[in-house]
Design a protein around this ligand. Structure first.
Ligand code: G
Ligand code: MN
Length: 416
């Protein structure tokens, strides 16, 4: 399939010329619109591979243009270039696959690389389906052009499920993880809901609601129970997150923010400084899903997390898998050395739990202890605590086993 033309939208003639020259130099066909309205008129008559647009424009601004475009063709990628420091976005080169932001003055080679990548994805999408989505995700998200309406409905019907994290040593619930859910049937799967937010450039609507709900839930928790809250990397670019007076910041000392290694932090400009700012507000930081991606271990050094959550992919069947035992044992030892707390995710069976305790794990999460549940506060916490007690029985002969022991336990064998 031939390369598709690029539409450049900017009221400033000098910017138009500059961007068009860079693109034409790379043999792209370029059309120019001086306003969002003009862009919509052009888009009504022909297809483009990518739209490059200013973010602040006098008639319709960039975000409104994005919405209008999604109403017509939900898939064309948009590269926003912007000079007014709407800093929460402009300083970020975060990329969702469908929307990308770049700060002016644009670096010509970075700009060309961004457009080239977007155009390639867009061409693939024309063949395979919407951007950056698997066939299954596309089916889940739906493709009927009513995406924005369904997204609004999903936001209105957003709720949080809570899943306990239990300590084996104390037999108590030490924390809950808040998990995104929605009762809008067409976006019920969290991945579909978030995917819709990405395509519409509306991720912050989800993030802010999630954090507000989490902040409200804290008041229902005993004072010594923490709340783990998942962040999308894009949330790091939202100024609201690091505002000292935002609802969640006010209870920051009780919150652990989970950042997944799945969506790479490298796409967020200045992630390290942003994480440091969150720490100074009192938040603790967890790396989520460690072991599921490939950037994980270097993150231990760069992010310096307070907590590491070991991905359930490493846990499934660990009781019968010596290789997994070795990996998890080493991870736990490494985290101990770095003074990082470990939470093990996705514990489903008693045999997995027993093995993990032998390997030295203490904080566990998974269906064995409780599924994510809607009702919070009293009843859920009490039930979870009961479960924690009933599942905390230490394994015979290993109860006092430290790393220097001589009891022939699993972790001693692995260490030897
Ligand atoms: O990426 P993150 O670790 O935040 O994802 C948590 C997801 O894992 C939630 O959607 C939750 O429902 C699911 N989950 C939690 N515990 C278990 C478990 O024991 N087994 C499986 N298969 N999934 C789990
Ligand atoms: Mn998580």
């Amino acid at each position: 399939m031939k390369r598709q033309p690029i539409l450049v939208v900017d009221e400033d003639v000098r910017v138009q010329r500059l961007l068009a020259r860079v693109l034409r130099g790379a043999r792209y066909e370029v059309a120019i619109a001086a306003s969002a309205r003009e862009a919509l008129a052009v888009l009504a008559t022909r297809r483009f591979g990518v739209v490059v647009s200013d973010l602040q424009m006098p008639d319709i601004d960039g975000i409104e243009l994005l919405r209008e475009i999604r109403r017509r063709d939900i898939d064309v990628p948009i590269v926003f270039v912007t000079d007014t420091p709407d800093a929460q976005r402009a300083d970020s080169t975060f990329e969702t696959g469908a929307v990308r932001y770049m700060a002016k003055p644009v670096d010509a080679s970075l700009f060309l690389a961004a457009v080239t990548r977007a155009e390639t994805l867009s061409r693939l999408a024309r063949i395979q389906g919407p951007l950056g989505t698997t066939r299954a995700a596309r089916k889940a998200t739906g493709d009927d052009g009513k995406l924005e309406r369904r997204f609004e409905a999903a936001c209105a019907r957003l709720w949080m499920a809570y899943q306990p994290i239990v300590s084996q040593r104390s037999g108590t619930v030490v924390a809950f993880e808040a998990l995104l859910r929605s009762d809008e049937p067409s976006l019920a799967a969290p991945a579909a809901f978030i995917g819709a937010g990405e395509r519409l450039g509306r991720l912050e609507s989800i993030g802010r609601r999630v954090r507000a709900a989490a902040a409200a839930a804290i008041s229902e928790l005993p004072a010594d129970v923490e709340l783990f809250v998942n962040l999308h990397p894009f949330d790091l670019t939202d100024r609201e997150l690091a505002r000292p007076d935002s609802p969640l910041s006010k209870v920051a000392s009780r919150v652990v923010l989970e950042i997944t290694e799945r969506a790479s932090l490298e796409r967020v400009g200045d992630a390290k400084a942003k994480i440091a700012a969150l720490r100074s507000l009192g938040f603790r930081i967890a790396i989520d899903d460690l072991g599921a991606g490939y950037a994980g271990l270097s993150w231990l050094a760069t992010v310096e997390p307070d907590v590491v959550k070991i991905d359930m992919g490493l846990i499934r069947g660990i009781d019968v898998d010596v290789k997994r035992q070795q990996v998890v044992f080493c991870l736990i030892g490494l985290c101990e050395k770095l003074d990082v707390r470990v939470v093990v995710e996705g514990v489903e069976t008693e045999a997995e739990r027993a093995t993990l305790v032998e390997l030295g794990a203490d904080s566990l999460q998974g269906y064995l202890f409780g599924r994510p549940e809607r009702q919070f506060g009293g009843s859920l916490a009490i039930r979870a605590a009961k479960l924690a007690r009933s599942h905390a029985a230490p394994i015979a002969g290993v109860a006092d086993c430290g790393l220097e022991c001589n009891c022939g336990s699993l972790h001693e064998r692995l260490a030897g």
